[in-house]
Write a protein that binds this ligand. Structure first.
Ligand code: SF4
Ligand code: SF4
Length: 714
C-alpha cells in the first residue's frame, strides 16, 4: 500500500503506547508488598482457558455475556486481521496474509469466512451494549462517555474492515459487479450497497477502509491504558495470576515480629503498600458493577461498594503516579479530597471521599484519607463480589490488608471487637467463657476426649459457638449423637480446643490469629491427628485452607458432608417423618468458599415429610447472613440501613408458605444465630431455625417429632 506511511503510523502509534504502558508497568512495581504467584501453573492455565477464552463468568448475566462473547471472539479473530493489514501496508500484494492466510489459500478462505460472520456478531454485541448504556442504564454500571467512545471505535473497526473487504470484493469480481458469495456473506451483501458508485469512489473507499482500520486500531490501543478498557490488555495476566486458593485463603504475613522490629508496615497503609497483583487488579476492573450488585453491604445501604472501592483505589494510584514511580515512593501523598472529582454510585451519592471541604491530614494514608473506615469494616467477607467478577479481581484480601494496618499498627477498630480480642487473648475464645467449659455441651452423652482416646479415627472439632452458645450447642449434641449412632470412632478435644483464630484474622488482627494457628497446629500435630470433622464452616475453612501455611495438613470434612456420607453408607436411617416446608440457607464459607452445596440439601431430601424450597438467591448466588468477616462480633455500620440478616430473612420468608409448619435449615452456627435473630425481630418466632444435623437427628431418633417440633422455635 504505502510502506512509508505505514512505517510512520506504526512508529508513532506503538511508540506512544509503549511510553504509557511503561508508566503503568512502573507504577505496578512501585507497589512493594511481596506476592509470589509462580505456583500451580497448570491450574492457572486452566483458569485462563475457562475465564478468559471460555468467558464463563460473563454468562452469569446472560445477555451481556452473549454480547461480550461476540465482541471477544471478534477481537481474537481480528487480531490476526490487524497484523495482516499492517503487513499489507508494506506490500503491493492485496491478498497477502503471511502466505498461509493469503486470500487464495484454503486457510485464508476459512479465516475470511469466520472473520466475516464474526464482524456482524460484533456489531450486534455493540448494538446491545449501546442499548444497555444509553437506554436501560443499569445502576450497577459506570455509565461514562468513555464506554460509548470505545464501543463506537470497535464499530468503526468493523465497518472500516468491512468496507475494505466489500470494495476489494467488487474490484476482483468480473465487470466490477456485486454478487452474493457464501465465503464472505456479510461483505458480499455489503458490496450491493457500493456497486452503484463510480470506480474511483470505490477505490477511494477501499483505501479509506484500509487506513482507517489501521489508524483506529492504533488509536484504540493508546486509549486503553487511560480507562477501564485497559482490561482488554490486562485481563489475561490478571486471571493467570489470580488467587488460586480462592477467597477462603488469606495471604499470611510472614515474620510479623521481624517486620515490627524493622519498622515495616503491616497490611496496607498507603498505595505503595499494595502488591503488584493488587495494582494489576485495579487496572483490570471493567466497572461493570457485578460485584456491588451482589454485595450484601451495598445492597443494604452501607457505604461499602466493592466496585467503588476498586475505582477509588485506582483513582488514588493514578493521581499519585508521579510520586509513586519517582525516586521516593513513600512521598506519595494524595491530593486533598476536596480537590478530587468525586466517585459516585448510580444515584450520584458520594461514596469514598472525605466530605467536601475536609482536608486530608493523614499523610497519604488510604484510611481515612481516601477511604471511609466504615467501608473497610462493613465487609462480611462473603465472597459474593469475587464470585461475580468476570475478570477475577479479589477484594477480601485488600479489605483485610486495610484492616490489618488499622488494627495492628494504629489500634483503630470498632469498639465491640475489643471484647472478642480480649476473650481470645485471655481465655482462647471470642465468647469469653472459661475454656474449661468447652465440653459442657456434651453432658450426659458420654463423648470421649482425645486425651482419653488418642487413637480415635476422627477428631470432632466442635468450634466456639457450638461449645458455648446455647442455640449452637444443640448442633454439637445432635452431631455427636449421630456420630455415635453410626458407630464412628471419634473424640473431641474438650478444654484443649481453642478458637481457630478465624475471627481475629478476618478482623485484621493477624498477629493474634497466628498465635492461635501455630498453637493449634502444634497441638494437632503432636496428637497425630489426621482426620477432622467440623461443625462450623469458618473452622472448616481455617483448618482446611489456611492451616497448611503453618504446617497443619489434615483431611478436613464439614459435618454436613460427613453425615451425608454416613447416610449413603446406610449407617444412619432417617425413619421419622418431619412434616414441614423448609428453606435451606447456604453458608458463604461452606458454599462459595468451599463448594459444598449439595450434601446439606441431600440430608434434607433424605428426611421423610420435608418439602424443600429454594430461596430466591441460593447456592453460589446465596446472600450472606451478615456474620462473616468478624461481623459476628460487632455492630453493623450505618445502623439506620437495613441489617444484612434482616434482608436475607426477608428473601427466605418470600419463598416459605404464609403459614403451616415452616422451618429454615442451615449448616453453620453463625448463620443459625443470625437468621433466628432476624426471624425473631420480624415476629416469626414460630419458624424453626435448625441445623441440618439437628433435623437429621430428629428424624433418626424420633426425638421431638411426635409434637411436630420442626416448626416450633428451638
Ligand atoms: S466480600 Fe461480601 S461484603 Fe465484602 S465486599 Fe465482597 S460482596 Fe461485599
Ligand atoms: S471489580 Fe470486577 S465485578 Fe466489580 S466492577 Fe470491576 S470488573 Fe466488575
Amino acid at each position: 500500500m504505502n510502506p512509508f506511511f505505514m512505517f510512520a503510523l506504526l512508529i508513532v502509534g506503538l511508540g506512544c503506547f509503549a511510553w504509557t504502558a511503561a508508566r503503568r508497568w512502573k507504577l505496578m512495581f512501585a507497589a512493594v508488598a511481596p506476592d509470589n504467584r509462580s505456583d500451580q501453573i497448570d491450574e492457572r492455565i486452566r483458569g485462563v482457558m475457562k475465564y478468559v477464552f471460555g468467558q464463563s463468568r460473563m454468562f452469569r448475566y446472560w445477555w451481556a455475556g452473549v454480547a461480550h462473547a461476540f465482541i471477544f471472539a471478534g477481537f481474537v479473530v481480528l487480531g490476526l486481521r490487524t497484523l495482516i493489514m499492517f503487513a499489507r501496508g508494506f506490500t503491493s500484494d492485496p491478498a497477502f496474509g503471511f502466505w498461509i492466510f493469503d486470500d487464495d489459500t484454503l486457510l485464508g478462505l476459512v479465516y475470511l469466512f469466520i472473520k466475516d460472520v464474526l464482524s456482524v456478531l460484533v456489531v450486534a454485541g455493540i448494538a446491545y451494549f449501546l442499548y444497555l448504556r444509553l437506554a436501560v442504564r443499569p445502576k450497577r454500571m459506570q455509565l461514562t462517555t468513555e464506554g460509548v467512545v470505545i464501543l463506537l471505535m470497535i464499530a468503526g473497526l468493523m465497518l472500516s474492515d468491512m468496507t475494505y473487504e466489500a470494495t476489494g470484493f467488487i474490484r476482483h469480481h468480473p465487470e466490477h459487479r456485486a454478487a452474493f458469495h457464501p465465503g464472505v456473506p456479510a461483505a458480499s451483501m455489503y458490496s450491493f450497497l457500493l456497486e452503484g458508485l463510480p470506480d474511483a469512489a470505490r477505490e477511494a473507499l477501499h483505501q479509506i477502509g484500509f487506513w482507517l482500520h489501521s489508524i483506529i486500531v492504533l488509536a484504540f490501543l493508546n486509549f486503553l491504558p487511560y480507562g477501564k478498557h485497559f482490561h482488554i490488555i490486562t485481563v489475561l495476566p490478571n486471571v493467570y495470576f489470580r488467587n488460586v486458593g480462592g477467597t477462603g485463603r488469606i495471604r499470611t504475613i510472614d515474620d510479623i515480629d521481624g517486620r515490627l522490629e524493622r519498622g515495616e508496615t503491616l497490611g496496607v497503609r498507603k498505595a505503595a503498600n499494595l502488591s503488584w497483583k493488587a495494582v494489576l487488579d485495579l487496572y483490570t476492573c471493567t466497572e461493570c458493577g457485578r460485584c456491588s450488585d451482589n454485595c450484601p453491604a451495598t445492597r443494604t445501604g452501607k457505604l461499602l461498594s466493592p466496585k467503588h472501592l476498586t475505582i477509588a483505589l485506582r483513582d488514588h494510584l493514578r493521581m499519585n503516579q508521579a510520586a509513586l514511580i519517582g525516586a521516593n515512593s513513600s512521598a506519595a501523598t494524595p491530593a486533598r479530597a476536596s480537590e478530587t472529582a468525586p466517585s459516585t454510585d448510580g444515584n450520584g451519592k458520594h461514596k469514598y471521599r472525605l466530605p467536601d471541604g475536609a482536608i486530608d491530614e493523614t499523610d497519604g494514608d488510604l484510611v481515612p484519607g481516601w477511604i471511609n473506615p466504615e467501608v473497610v469494616w462493613a465487609c462480611t467477607s462473603c465472597g459474593a463480589c469475587e464470585q461475580e467478577c468476570p475478570v477475577l479481581i479479589s477484594y477480601v484480601d485488600k479489605i483485610i490488608d486495610l484492616r490489618r494496618h488499622l488494627v495492628m499498627e494504629r489500634g483503630e477498630f470498632p469498639d465491640q471487637l475489643q471484647t472478642a480480642f480480649r476473650g481470645l487473648e485471655s481465655v482462647g475464645n471470642p465468647y469469653s467463657f472459661p475454656n474449661e467449659q468447652r465440653a459442657e455441651w456434651a453432658a450426659g452423652l458420654d463423648v470421649p476426649l482425645l486425651a482419653e482416646k488418642p487413637d480415635a479415627a476422627v477428631l470432632y472439632w466442635v468450634g466456639c459457638a457450638p461449645s458455648f452458645d446455647d442455640r449452637s450447642r444443640k448442633i454439637a449434641r445432635a452431631t455427636a449423637q449421630l456420630l455415635k449412632t453410626a458407630g464412628v470412632d471419634f473424640a473431641i478435644l474438650g478444654p484443649e480446643e481453642q478458637c481457630t483464630g478465624d475471627p481475629a484474622r478476618r478482623a485484621g488482627n493477624e498477629y493474634l490469629y497466628q498465635i492461635f494457628a501455630k498453637n493449634n497446629v502444634e497441638m494437632l500435630n503432636s496428637r497425630g491427628v489426621r482426620k477432622i470433622v467440623t461443625t462450623c464452616p469458618h473452622c472448616f475453612n481455617a483448618i482446611a485452607n489456611e492451616y497448611p501455611d503453618f504446617g497443619g495438613k489434615y483431611e478436613v470434612v464439614h459435618h454436613s458432608v460427613f453425615l451425608f456420607d454416613l447416610l449413603r453408607a446406610g449407617k444412619l436411617r432417617p425413619a421419622h417423618r418431619i412434616e414441614a416446608t423448609i428453606a435451606y440457607h447456604d453458608s458463604c464459607y461452606l458454599g462459595r468458599y468451599n463448594d459444598v452445596y449439595d450434601p446439606p440439601r441431600e440430608i434434607l431430601r433424605a428426611i421423610p415429610g420435608l418439602s424443600i424450597v429454594e430461596a430466591v438467591e441460593s447456592r453460589d448466588r446465596g446472600m450472606c447472613c451478615g456474620a462473616g468477616g468478624a461481623q459476628m462480633w460487632k455492630e453493623e455500620e450505618h445502623t439506620s440501613a437495613e441489617r444484612v440478616n434482616h434482608a436475607r430473612a426477608r428473601q427466605i420468608l418470600n419463598v416459605l408458605p404464609a403459614n403451616g409448619h415452616r422451618s429454615v435449615a442451615t449448616a453453620c452456627p453463625f448463620c443459625k444465630t443470625m437468621l433466628s435473630d432476624a426471624l425473631r425481630d420480624k415476629g416469626h418466632e414460630d419458624i424453626a431455625q435448625m441445623d441440618v444435623a439437628e433435623l437429621l437427628w430428629r428424624s433418626v431418633s424420633g426425638e421431638g417429632v411426635a409434637s411436630q417440633a420442626a416448626h416450633a422455635a428451638p
